[in-house]
Design a protein around this ligand. Structure first.
Ligand code: BES
Ligand code: MN
Ligand code: ZN
Length: 463
């Protein structure tokens, strides 16, 4: 486990850790260091990253110098991060004083990347290559604040990635509920878990329909974070929590099924972000909501042609049991509004059509309120998580009308991401501001595994 810690005092002659300095020769310690190293630091102006072996002049074996100008260049920055994260043993990063605030953003970024670049999912490897190094920061208070923000972003993204990377046989709905319950270790967080009979009492027929083929009980998870005096006007973050998606009787193919442990990435994003929001003590009221279940075949599982009644009272004709995410979300967003949310953001690995449209580059965004979406887009620009707006309109809404029920759960071959969004919109009340994010393409990448997408943007939204 990589950790980032504040270092309050610094003794140049006794420091055992590698010393990494972001160099502009302003700080008295850096000047002193330069003297001890015979003025070498002054000469190092061209290379983005240089390592100097101290050869007994200091207890620390290595002094690494990061070129300030290079940190401004995105390509060079990546190389510098790589150099820093590959350092063996413990490291102390001395942040020299800055001339302007753009470096604060860079230090936040560096701190986040130290955690996310060092991430490995090796829980299930019998031979673990433990990286086990710590990073210490020494610098001005303003710097430490952004370092802490970056650290919390990185840590919470990694938690979301762990959840997504963990397979279904180690993480079912009950396991996720237990994980969520533990978020109560943070101040101002309260977690309520509803079991099957309580979900039945709320008439969540759409959500329960998905669970009918499973041997594992569903768990409806409600996490509340109160960052204001009173719990007024909370925003709800609703995450799709399909712990595994086999497709149900509309079974996925042997090629299409592997990887479907990713189908709870929406829930990982909302749990990761509410953790970050609480740890950063943001002044906001936020709820994270997950209607967790798996989607499997079994005795009593729903079949196509079945008609389910959602908690809102709307009836749904099942065309495909593989369009299950929207069924769970129908009742989850309804529940969010019953809990008092006038702003709802749902995030889900909802459609293959979204992946076909935008690939792994952009998360697709749908909304009924352009100002609300603008807020989210602004946050996503700051966090560099790419989001692109997608349309819902009357034509797509027509495609999900059913002959035998109020609506049906698929809209045919075309525009699958938009018809799925139109389906969820059916459960959004008139005065609710709503954004739907389809992260099917961005939640997990072939090379990297789970990404922890949206943890940062959701948190940034409440800054
Ligand atoms: N979980 C899938 C969507 C998905 C696809 C997530 C690829 C991650 C990567 C979803 O439940 C699903 O099966 N959607 C169907 C909907 C269809 C039956 C209308 C799809 O996209 O094929
Ligand atoms: Mn599915
Ligand atoms: Zn699914």
């Amino acid at each position: 486990m990589t950790d980032i810690k504040e270092q309050k005092e610094f003794n140049l002659l006794e420091e055992k850790k590698n010393i990494v300095i972001t160099n502009n020769l302003k700080h008295s310690i850096v000047k002193e260091l330069d003297k001890l190293l015979d003025g070498k630091l002054k000469e190092l102006t061209t290379e983005p990253f240089t390592t100097i072996h101290t050869l007994g002049k200091l207890v620390a074996k290595k002094v690494c110098v990061v070129n300030f100008e290079a940190l401004n260049d995105l390509k060079k920055r990546k190389k510098i991060y790589k150099n820093i994260t590959e350092l063996k043993g413990d490291n102390c990063i001395i942040v020299d004083s800055f001339e302007n605030d753009s470096y604060l953003e860079i230090m936040q970024d560096l701190s986040e990347k130290i955690l996310t670049d060092n991430y490995v999912f090796n829980k299930f490897k019998s031979k673990k290559e433990e990286k086990n190094k710590d990073f210490y920061y020494y610098g001005e208070t303003a710097i430490y604040d952004v370092v802490k923000k970056g650290f919390i972003y990185g840590d919470c993204m990694n938690h979301a990635r762990d959840l997504v990377n963990t397979p279904y046989n180690y993480l079912n709905a009950a396991d996720l509920a237990n994980y969520a319950k533990e978020l109560e270790r943070y101040e101002n967080i309260k977690v309520t878990i509803y079991n099957k009979s309580e979900i039945e009492d709320m008439n969540m027929g759409a959500y329960l329909g998905v669970n009918k083929g499973s041997t594992d009980e569903p768990k409806l998870i409600l996490v509340k974070y109160q960052g204001k005096e009173t719990f007024e006007d909370p925003t709800a973050l609703v995450g799709k929590g399909v712990m595994y998606d086999t497709g149900g009787y509309s079974l996925k193919t042997p090629q299409g099924m592997p990887g479907m442990k990713v189908d709870m990435a929406g829930s990982a994003a909302v749990l990761g972000s509410i953790e970050a929001i609480a740890r950063l003590k943001l002044k906001a009221n936020v709820m994270a909501i997950v209607a967790a279940t798996d989607n499997r075949i079994g005795d009593g599982a729903i079949v196509p042609d079945d008609i389910l009644t959602a908690a809102s009272g709307k009836t749904i004709e099942i065309i495909s049991t593989d369009a299950e995410g929207r069924l769970t979300l129908a009742d989850a967003v309804w529940f969010a509004q019953k809990e008092g949310a006038k702003k709802v953001i749902d995030t889900a690995t909802l459609t293959g059509a979204m992946v076909a449209a935008l690939g792994h580059e952009f998360t697709g965004a749908f909304t009924n309120d352009n100002d609300f979406l603008k807020e989210l887009m602004d946050a996503s620009v700051k966090t560099k998580e790419k989001v692109w707006e997608m349309p819902i309109s009357s034509g797509y809404r027509k495609l999900i009308k059913s002959k035998v029920a109020d609506i049906k759960n698929t809209g045919g071959r075309l525009a699958g991401a938009s018809t799925a969004a139109a389906f969820i919109e059916e459960f959004i009340e008139k005065d609710t501001k709503w954004i739907h994010l389809d992260i099917a393409g961005t939640a997990s990448l072939e090379k990297l595994g789970a990404t922890g997408v949206m943890v940062k943007t959701f948190t940034e939204l409440f800054y």
